[in-house]
Design a protein around this ligand. Structure first.
Ligand code: DGT
Ligand code: CA
Ligand code: CA
Ligand code: ZN
Length: 488
């Protein structure tokens, strides 16, 4: 319990001595039932905080961040590909659906029937296996060393791969709904295929597409399979073309060594030009003065930085690096940099980094009302497994963003994922433009972009909904339009 914030040795001893609580389960129960408030020093505020901390701790203890799961999934898939008997290996479950947290990793493999034993042995004796939970012909499960994460491997017949993939990708809710519809059509669907009820004949199962088609649907991207209306859309053949990583043309939040980033503007731009050749632009958005990070940047320094960026672009021979800032929204909703400076920047993101204990709705709305603010950064402030979102009425923020033509950010840092899929979908539906950015502080962070794209896909966004899938000309038009519409 000492791992959880707010559960110090003294508190725990008191709880143990006075209430006779010995296990974590007893403690959770006592907290829920309000028994702790009998103790001195455990007022409502303290116990509420303990409950909150316990909840966020539980999230990362029992589930992993998508980023972690993606790395693990890729590593194990690569390892399994080295096993010569494995014909095909695929991700399934919540990992394939790109959920923001993942309980366990599900993999599907095909091999010929005679090789199953060998494949299972290979899987359960990989060097990073700590414990084998199950070792069967169709399903085996392992626990990994270091992180205690679980991986399930299912072996399936190649002719049933589509049906198995569909079944084990889930979600459960999606599958339940699908089964009901199948039944109405006189069909049965399971991990082995689609069957006619009257004679039990298998009529589909080799590919997922075939499975869906046989039931009367077009393919649904795994990210949409949560039974949130996608089945109805697929019936009408109206599944949208979701945004992909390839659609992204630039990164909208990047920190350099002018503030708390590690790379110089030159290093960053060279790195991006080498590794992300399809990007047309990046915006450098260092922190403003309020964030007393490594270095403090005031208006004067921002002007200097603008000069450096212009020189940089001259050397590159193209207007690749855009000027910008991540300006702090102060307690009263005012901004941490003068309008005179903000007006000159190509792109301004305004974010909250303080006052998490207050309702922040009005602060954010005020920031939206500034004609030079183009985007609200990590709008809810949550950190998965560390901090819940601050109090903010997102419906009001979304309405204000729509009114003022301010974009909202999908921040792709692994523990932020902020906006989350729910708010991203709501924003999109209200006509708010979204921006996906990595909030990079070092060169390796640029790889987080895919996480942001996954959120956008789970929010049913197509490329048109995401501002940075457009050319800079269009981004510029977006910022100009706001300046015309919203006046100081
Ligand atoms: P997780 O691991 O908690 O992040 O979530 P999932 O979705 O990966 O769930 P998991 O690992 O329990 O099962 C993987 C998929 O297998 C799930 O998405 C759907 C399918 N599945 C598992 N059990 C059932 C079940 O009882 N009924 C149905 N329809 N599908 C199931
Ligand atoms: Ca799973
Ligand atoms: Ca599983
Ligand atoms: Zn920030």
């Amino acid at each position: 319990m000492l791992e959880v914030k707010g559960f110090g040795p003294q508190s725990l001893k008191k709880i143990h001595d006075h209430l006779g609580i010995k296990t974590k389960e007893q403690l959770v129960k006592a907290l829920e039932e309000g028994q702790l408030s009998k103790l001195k020093g455990f007022g409502e505020k303290k116990t509420e905080q303990m409950k909150r901390e316990l909840k966020v701790h539980k999230v990362t203890k029992e589930r992993m961040l998508l980023w972690e799961a993606l790395q693990l999934g890729e590593t194990i898939v690569a390892e399994m590909k080295k096993c010569s008997e494995v014909k095909n290996i695929k991700q399934a479950g919540s990992l394939r659906r790109r959920k923001e947290t993942i309980g366990d990793i599900d993999l599907l493999a095909t091999c010929s029937a005679k090789d199953r034993k060998n494949v299972v042995s290979y899987f359960t004796s990989m060097k990073n296996v700590k414990e084998v939970l199950a070792k069967g012909d169709t399903k085996s499960s392992i626990i990994l060393v270091n992180n205690n994460r679980q991986v399930d491997l299912r072996l399936v017949d190649p002719l049933q791969l589509g049906a198995a993939l569909q079944y084990f990708t889930g979600s459960k809710e999606h599958n339940v709904h699908l089964r009901e519809i199948a039944k109405e059509k006189g069909l049965k669907i399971n991990e082995y295929g689609v069957f006619r009820l009257k004679d039990n004949k298998c009529i589909a199962g080799k590919t997922e597409e075939e499975v869906y088609r046989t039931l009367g649907f077009t393919m649904m991207p795994p990210e949409m399979r949560e039974d949130r209306g996608e089945i109805e859309l697929a019936k009408e053949k109206k599944i949208p073309k979701l945004v992909t990583l390839k659609d992204i043309r630039g990164d909208m939040q990047v920190h350099s060594d002018w503030s708390d980033g590690y790379g110089s503007i030159q290093e960053i731009s060279h790195y991006i030009r080498m590794n992300y050749p399809h990007y047309d632009y990046i915006t450098i958005t260092d922190h403003s003065k309020f964030m007393r990070v490594a270095r403090e940047i005031d208006e004067k320094k921002f002007s200097k930085q603008m000069h450096e960026i212009r020189e940089m672009n001259k050397k590159l021979g193209v207007d690749f690096v855009k000027t910008g800032a991540e300006v702090d929204i102060l307690a009263d909703g005012k901004l941490d940099l003068d309008d005179e400076l903000l007006e000159q920047l190509d792109w301004v993101t305004a974010s909250i980094h303080s006052g998490f204990n207050h309702d922040n709705t009005e602060r954010i709305i005020r920031a939206c009302e500034n004609p030079f603010v183009n985007c609200i950064g990590h709008p809810t402030g949550r950190l998965i497994g560390m901090r819940e979102k601050y109090e903010v009425d997102m419906q009001k923020v979304i309405a204000a963003a729509a009114d003022t033509r301010t974009a909202l950010e999908i921040n792709a840092q692994p523990e932020r994922m902020d906006l989350n899929e729910q708010w991203a979908r709501e924003a999109k539906e209200k006509g708010v433009k979204l921006v996906i950015s990595t909030d990079s502080h070092q060169l390796t962070n640029f790889a987080f972009m895919k996480l942001g794209v996954f959120i956008a896909r789970r929010a049913w966004c197509s490329a048109a909904d995401i501002l940075n899938t457009h050319s800079w000309k269009e981004v510029h038009a977006f910022t100009q339009k706001k300046k015309e519409l919203v006046t100081v």
